[in-house]
Design a protein around this ligand. Structure first.
Ligand SMILES: Cc1ncc(COP(=O)(O)O)c(C=O)c1O
Length: 425
């Protein structure tokens, strides 16, 4: 059994020697993590505003998740749901049904390993249910890195360059982005034009939209847009797939971000990231007739919905659905936004603070990644883990644990402000 840990430098050397350069990694070498903090192998403690890219809404090693995983480890590990049915998988689907924002009384789910895989499955389900081939996606979308989902993703470097040819029958429409001058009206007009110039809407199976675009820069959809999109879809029998891989599981102060949009009911919901509480799990949820449109064997996979991930997900969903959890997340957003706005007021390089509830970010006015990189780097030097995003890499997003304490939040924001000041020099 391995009992010693390699030093920081040695591990980074071995990482360079043995791990593909195609995976981008920073200098952080993790030793442990708890709640809203990560400790590195040299004992440096970081305030974590990255959460493993939005996978720690309930915080690192959330006690009910760790307990559920321990219980499951002592019963059985992998089975494959196609070989033997097990309770944690069914329980996760039951909870997803109870919490689903989708249209239809009877809800079902399929569980898979990653957000990309879930989006692939959502498209398969939509195609099977409608008998149509085409898919409509938006500017600034991120749906994953597999062949179909990278085709649906809207950023050339590093996600698409050199990886073509891409999947056919994927069409892109403008997305609302008020800060950069694209309104809901512009976006709706863009889709209408797409239906005139590029694709017959009667061949479109589904549109995919993130209510708050994640990698695209935390661009929250204007209040009217999802409803107008759904109305347009309904006119042509197109399904609306709500990609909540990043915005879901409490990140915006509601279970799903779409719940902020006045009763809009997606046809399919795609969940992932924080769903597994730190273990890989993603899902597609929707009304039974859609999820049952694919014959047995058409969906699935060896590890999809593995027992450990599902045991963790049950603990996550039961915790996040509690009104107190969501109320605390909403309060976090109400605390964080004015504080970010105050930071922005003394940093003219910040063009906009935006987001939904506690899913917040700021965009630098300059459309270049350099300043954002310098801020992330300066934050790291000071003990804060931050992530940039956006088509131009000029957005800094905040993804702290929703359970972060006021003290840790204050510490993180003070470090962020220092980092901004250093990077501005
Ligand atoms: C909205 C959205 N969809 C899909 C994905 C892909 O998820 P995964 O990396 O688990 O494949 C992501 C990942 O960042 C995402 O933010």
């Amino acid at each position: 059994m391995q009992t010693t840990q390699l030093s920081h430098d040695r591990l980074l050397e071995e990482r360079a020697r043995y791990v593909s350069g195609g995976v981008s990694t920073p200098r952080l070498v993790v030793a442990s993590a708890e709640g809203a903090r990560v400790t590195d192998v040299d004992g440096r403690v970081f305030v974590d505003f990255a959460g493993g890219i939005g996978c720690q809404n309930t915080g690192h090693r959330f006690t009910p998740v760790v307990a559920a995983i321990h219980r499951q480890v002592d019963q059985y590990l992998h089975q494959c749901f196609m070989v033997g049915v097990y309770e944690p998988y069914v329980d996760t689907c039951r909870l997803l049904a109870e919490l689903s924002p989708c249209a239809g009384a009877e809800q079902k789910s399929i569980l898979v390993n990653s957000g990309a895989e879930a989006n692939e499955n959502a498209v398969k389900i939509a195609r099977a249910a409608t008998g149509r081939p085409a898919v409509v996606v938006f500017d600034n979308a991120f749906h994953g890195r597999t062949l179909l989902t990278m085709t649906m993703t809207s950023k050339v470097h590093p996600y698409k360059a050199g990886f073509g040819p891409f999947a056919p029958e994927v069409y892109r429409a403008p997305a609302p982005y008020p800060y950069r001058g694209v309104s809901s009206d512009d976006a709706i007009a863009g889709i209408e034009k797409l239906f005139k110039s590029e694709v017959d809407p009667r061949t479109v199976a589904c549109v995919l939209l993130e209510p708050v675009q994640g990698e695209g820069g935390f661009v929250e959809m204007p209040p009217d847009f999802p409803a107008r999109l759904v109305e347009l879809c309904a006119r042509y029998g197109i399904l609306y797939v709500d990609d909540e891989v990043q915005s879901g599981v409490g990140r915006t102060g509601r279970m799903w971000a779409i719940e902020h949009y006045g009763g809009v009911e997606p046809d399919l919901l795609v969940s992932g990231k924080s769903l597994g509480g730190g273990l890989p799990l993603a899902g597609v949820t929707g009304r039974a007739e859609l999820l049952d449109a694919v014959p047995p064997g058409g969906l699935g996979g060896t590890f999809g919905g593995n027992p450990l991930s599902c045991a963790a997900a049950v603990a996550v969903l039961e915790a996040v659905r509690e009104p107190e959890f969501l109320a605390a997340a909403t309060r976090l957003g109400e605390t964080l936004r004015p504080r970010l706005e105050a930071v922005a007021a003394s940093h003219p390089e910040i063009g906009e603070v935006r987001g939904l509830g506690p899913m917040l970010a700021f965009e630098l006015a300059e459309r270049s990644p350099d300043r954002a990189k310098a801020i992330v780097e300066a934050a790291f030097e000071r003990g804060l883990l931050l992530l940039a995003c956006g088509l131009y890499g000029n957005v800094i997003r905040l993804l702290p644990a929703l359970t972060i304490s006021d003290e840790e939040l204050g510490e993180g924001l003070a470090l962020l402000e220092e980092a901004l000041t250093v990077a501005a020099r």
